[in-house]
Design a binder for this molecule. Structure first.
Ligand code: ZN
Length: 300
């Protein structure tokens, strides 16, 4: 029996999302009757994960000669831009503090945090990617098993996960393992998508999908959980974290931010732009979240 990856309830029923066909398997989107998030099952195997996130996933790094540099000039309503915006908001506190970036990707977030005076450490999933990153950057980098082995008793003042949780088959377990690297005042910063949250953008995409009436899609099910504001907050609360800030914002993706000579694309651009404007007026409307919280001392 599959449990909801977000709240743990055994209350999953088939959703109206089309299945994803990938690696000769069928991945289904199951709706949780308790928290209204979607969980994707079956859980990907190691082979599925390797094919989902092969070397091609970070091919862009291979072509870079010398050290990787970061421009931080993100376009309007872009997920990296929002991550940097929330980092800027805490810059006065960040200086001199330690920050662990779990799922650091190219290292853009660590670079910005370092510029603000933080002492940063990065973790990535794939050994080969970590080795490649070490060649292209000067950051302190580990795989998670390496981190646990090499600095097991280290704690960090900040732990960041940017667009990571939705990729995990056991997000709760991963957070609990990360909490071992926290002291009583560690601040958790978490950013990610809200793919079941209401906004005009989501409504348009869902209607489009229903009208197409596809039974399945040829797609890579990289996101194993799809959440809304309420289910995402419940997830953090169940972990024993106390919310200090929770914001819902909106990005263009998966609709387009480009004006292109096609009626379909123009409508998409118009819907996405209008939806972003509406979400600025309605606090709970949007497709991205930013969470800041600490271990709840009353909870322990
Ligand atoms: Zn649930």
């Amino acid at each position: 029996m599959n449990n909801c990856r977000i709240c743990g309830a055994q209350a999953l029923i088939k959703s109206d999302y089309p299945d994803a066909h990938f690696n000769s398997k069928v991945f289904a989107y199951l709706n949780c009757e308790n928290c209204a998030s979607y969980s994707v099952f079956p859980s990907p195997t190691d082979d599925d994960f390797d094919k989902m996130y092969g070397e091609e996933d970070h091919y862009y790094l291979k072509d870079i000669t010398g050290t990787l540099t970061y421009k931080h000039n993100y376009p309007y309503a872009n997920h990296h831009g929002y991550q940097i915006y929330y980092l800027e908001k805490i810059k006065d506190d960040l200086s001199g503090k330690t920050l662990l970036d779990y799922g650091c990707g190219s290292g853009f977030y660590m670079d910005y945090a370092q510029r603000l005076g933080a002492k940063v450490v990065g973790v990535e999933f794939d050994q080969k990617f970590v080795e490649l990153l070490r060649k292209k950057t000067t950051f302190n980098l580990f795989t998670f098993p390496e981190l646990k082995l090499q600095i097991p008793n280290k704690t960090f003042d900040y732990i960041h996960l940017g667009h990571v949780l939705e990729h995990l088959s056991e997000p709760k377990k991963m957070m609990e393992e990360l909490m071992e690297f926290a002291h009583k005042d560690t601040i958790f910063l978490v950013d990610g998508p809200l793919e079941r949250n209401s906004c005009l953008h989501r409504f348009y995409v869902d209607i489009g999908s229903k009208l197409k009436g596809k039974k399945y899609r040829e797609a890579i099910p990289q996101h194993l959980t799809l959440t809304n504001k309420k289910s995402q907050l419940l997830f953090f609360k169940n972990l024993g974290l106390k919310k200090e800030e929770y914001a819902v914002v909106e990005q263009y993706f998966p609709l387009t931010r480009k004006i292109e000579p096609s009626i379909g694309k123009l409508i998409s651009f118009f819907i996405a732009s209008t939806s972003i404007l509406i979400s600025k007026l309605i606090p709970n409307s949007g497709n991205l979240f930013h969470y800041r919280g600490k271990i709840d001392k009353d909870h322990i």
